[in-house]
Each structure stands twice: as structure tokens, then as C-alpha cells.
Unconditional design. Structure first.
Length: 223
């Protein structure tokens, strides 16, 4: 049983008994024994360990974890200090700089501070085989993260959902509560950032909304 150490424990306790998750867990047990899987098994659920259900103010939905050595640590788009920020994260920092004036460029790529500040950094798929993007897309994680989105959708206290790219936008149909703000754009990858991610102003829009509903701004600084 996964222990989050916060209100997710009660909310998700039945999830881990479902047939799909029992099969998913067995697949992971076998693959972690025989292959290189990212992130480390103890980091898989870091997004929810660091950001409790009641504390979520913004949800940033990624695709699957980074598949390079030492990059993924359970938070979408984030890498640990000492690891070079990948291109998508560099583009996120560029947009934050241009949108809010906050400059995270040239620092590091660890977004733990955001997570502790109410930003749920949730990938659609929570594990991946080394050097094989989307390799765990069909093993059951989509069921899990969709159920997480449905739980967030049910919450009365407003939050912001940032949906970047097709994988994230696929979750929009589960966000039906008018209390929440949904912001959509292209993915920040270099392949698509110029198709609408740059200039989307999601970070200032999120804070404007959160101020209006009495939630307080998110500090987009990383240090």
C-alpha cells in the first residue's frame, strides 16, 4: 500500500484494490527487477506526497517521466538539482520570465518549491523504461491519473488546471466543475512551443484567478 502521508491516503485507499492497479503493480514489480525504470520506485508518487489534496491550487499535467539517466524524480517537468534542465523546462522558464518577470533561467530544474506551494506536478503516466518514451503508456497509469483528476474536479475550493499538449488536453473531459479554471496551450517542447505555448501567459492568468477566488498567488520562483 502506498503511503502519501496526507489526505490522499484516505481518498485513494480504494484505488489500490482495483483490478487494473493490481495488474499495474505486478507489471512494475517485474520490470523494476529486470529493467531500468524511471523514476526510482520510491519517487513514483512524489507529486501527491508533496502536494496534499486540500492544498492543490494549480495542476500542471505532464506526459510521462523523463527517460534519461538521473532526470525523473516524480514531479512533472522537474529534474533534481545538478541535472541540466531539459528543453521543455527551459521553455517553461522562458514563458514565466516573459509573462511574470520572474527569472529562473540558469539556476536549476528542481520544481519541489512549486509542489510545496500548492502546484500538483502530475504526469499522465508515472513511470517509463529508460530511453524509451511512452513505454509505460498502456499499463494502467492513465486509469490512475484520470481518477486523481476526477477527485480534484470534485473539490469545491477552486484550482487552476494547466493542460499543455495532447496528452494533457485529453484529461479536460474529466474537468467539469465550473469552480475551476482550465488553461490550454501547445506543449512546451521545442517541437511545439512556438505553436501557442510561448505567449500563453498561463502563469499570470493562474495568479489572477487565484487572487480573485481568495486563494493567494503562487510564487513561480524555484529558489
Amino acid at each position: 500500500m502506498v503511503n502519501f502521508g496526507n489526505d490522499w491516503d484516505e481518498l485513494l485507499k480504494d484505488e489500490f484494490e482495483k483490478d487494473y492497479y493490481v495488474k499495474l503493480r505486478q507489471t512494475l514489480i517485474e520490470e523494476y527487477k529486470t529493467q531500468q525504470i524511471f523514476p526510482d520506485m520510491y519517487d513514483i508518487f512524489n507529486a501527491m506526497k508533496l502536494t496534499s489534496y486540500n492544498d492543490v491550487r494549480c495542476v500542471i499535467i505532464g506526459q510521462d517521466p523523463y527517460h534519461g539517466e538521473g532526470q525523473a524524480h516524480g514531479l512533472s517537468f522537474s529534474v533534481k538539482k545538478g541535472v541540466a534542465p531539459p528543453p521543455s523546462l527551459v521553455n517553461i522558464f522562458k514563458e514565466i520570465r516573459d509573462d511574470t518577470g520572474i527569472n529562473n533561467m540558469g539556476k536549476h530544474g528542481e520544481l519541489t518549491k512549486w509542489a510545496e506551494n500548492g502546484v500538483l506536478l502530475l504526469n499522465s503516466v508515472l513511470t517509463v523504461r529508460a530511453h524509451s518514451p511512452k513505454s509505460h503508456q498502456g499499463i494502467g497509469w492513465q486509469n490512475f491519473t484520470t481518477d486523481v483528476i476526477k477527485l480534484l474536479n470534485q473539490r469545491e475550493k477552486p484550482m487552476v488546471f494547466m493542460l499543455w499538449g495532447g496528452d494533457a488536453k485529453a484529461k479536460q473531459k474529466f474537468i467539469t466543475n465550473p469552480a475551476h479554471l482550465v488553461l490550454k496551450s501547445a506543449h512546451p517542447s521545442p517541437l511545439s512551443a512556438y505553436n501557442g505555448f510561448f505567449g500563453c501567459k498561463h502563469f499570470s492568468q493562474a495568479n489572477e484567478f487565484l487572487r480573485a477566488v481568495g486563494q493567494g498567488e503562487i510564487d513561480w520562483n524555484i529558489d
